[in-house]
Design a binder for this molecule. Structure first.
Ligand code: FA5
Length: 350
């Protein structure tokens, strides 16, 4: 019996070495442990042995069974690894630097208007700042003179995170940090703060042709001595004429935002319908594009700037709507659709 077990071991070792894939390995396993397998016949033969012999031989049989099972498992892993390597090596090398024949990339319309606005403001001495999409309640609301009970904080509008932070609802959320970053240069060296900060905003709103729950704004601020509404109007006019490069009709009307006083709404005559009224402008002929105003003294104070000495303006340009108007996109939702065919048709100077 013992010589039979050692013969089985020898045969197994040979076949194990020969197994080239998991199919052959499985065949080997079945030939040993299957219903009519070698190990089964050994167990049957053990019936004829004495009790003492059964004890001694049984231990040897179990030892061999464990040894074979372990070796099969190890071989299986090795074969699977080799198979994976074979598959990886079979993938042809792709040179990602070769331009595609079928499709040439292009900038998204929002990127185009963002770059155009950035260029205009950079040429007028503004710095471009990047800011986090996740902000605190203080940054988005409190530092902006938006009290605890203000509806903008409502769960209906704001996406709150479990840790108490939130997805910024407006690029104004960066104002406080920017004041703090540049106030020393303003106070000590008299350098006015001039910054724009484009970014993605999130609001839990139902969508329509001119509202999305994810959209882009570009905030702009200027703070210094004697900064006035005249400066604000000058920069707004320059930005719009450089971006549109044609005459467009705008209107300025009073608007309320807790962080500016006075506050204005800058509307643009709808370029989709020529001011006649259509779904893109909610049939009013006008589209709210860039609310703005003179920065509220409390907001300057929160940023560590003395409102008795310094004044400033701020604006919050709706970049997604600007892209709609500039490129004649009738429905704002198309801009987030991921439809490459329609989004790749816009080429423009940036
Ligand atoms: C604000 O977000 C203020 N933070 C703007 C501001 C900044 C005012 C500085 C004064 C001083 P409002 O919620 O109106 O304001 O949004 C500003 C612009 O963002 C709108 O005019 C519009 O163009 C765009 N916008 C707002 N909500 C959406 C939306 N759901 N989908 C697309 N664009 C939107």
């Amino acid at each position: 019996m013992l010589s039979k077990l050692s013969e089985i071991r020898k045969q197994f070792e040979t076949h194990l070495l020969e197994a080239k894939d998991s199919g052959e390995l499985e065949e080997l396993r079945v030939s040993l442990f299957g219903k009519n397998g070698t190990m089964k016949s050994v167990l049957k033969e053990m019936g004829a042995l004495s009790v003492e012999e059964k004890k001694a031989i049984g231990a040897k049989v179990n030892e061999l069974k464990d040894e074979i099972s372990e070796k099969i498992a190890a071989k299986k892993e090795e074969l699977q690894r080799m198979e994976m390597e074979r598959q990886i090596n079979a993938v042809p090398t792709i040179d990602l630097s070769i331009p595609s024949k079928d499709m040439q990339g292009s900038y998204h319309p929002i990127t185009l208007v963002q770059r155009q606005c950035e260029n205009v403001f950079k040429s007028m001495g503004f710095v471009v700042e990047d800011y986090s999409e996740i902000v605190s309640d203080y940054e988005c609301f409190e530092s902006l003179n938006i009290p605890k009970f203000h509806p903008a904080r409502d769960m209906q509008d704001t996406y709150y995170l479990e840790n108490g932070q939130l997805l910024k609802t407006q690029t104004s959320a960066a104002q406080n940090a920017i004041y703090r970053k540049y106030r020393d240069a303003l106070i000590n060296d008299g350098v006015p703060i001039k910054a724009i900060f484009p970014g993605r905003c999130f609001r839990n709103e139902s969508t329509d042709a001119c509202h999305e729950n994810t959209f882009f704004q570009m905030e702009g601020i200027m703070v210094g001595e004697n900064v006035s509404i005249a400066n604000l109007i000058y920069f707004m006019k320059t930005m719009l004429s450089e971006v549109f490069r044609k005459d467009i009709k705008v209107r300025l009307r009073p608007g309320f935002f807790p962080f500016v006083e006075p506050g204005f709404e800058l509307d643009i005559s709808c370029l989709i319908c020529g001011g006649e009224g259509c779904p893109s402008c909610k049939h009013s002929g006008w589209l709210e594009l860039c609310p703005c105003g003179m920065i509220h003294p409390e907001v300057l104070k929160a940023g560590g700037i003395d409102p008795e000495k310094y004044t400033g303006f701020a604006f919050g340009l709706g970049m997604t709507r600007l892209a709609m108007m500039k490129y004649g996109v009738k429905d704002i939702r198309d801009l987030n659709s991921g439809n490459l065919e329609s989004m790749c048709q816009f080429t423009d100077d940036i």
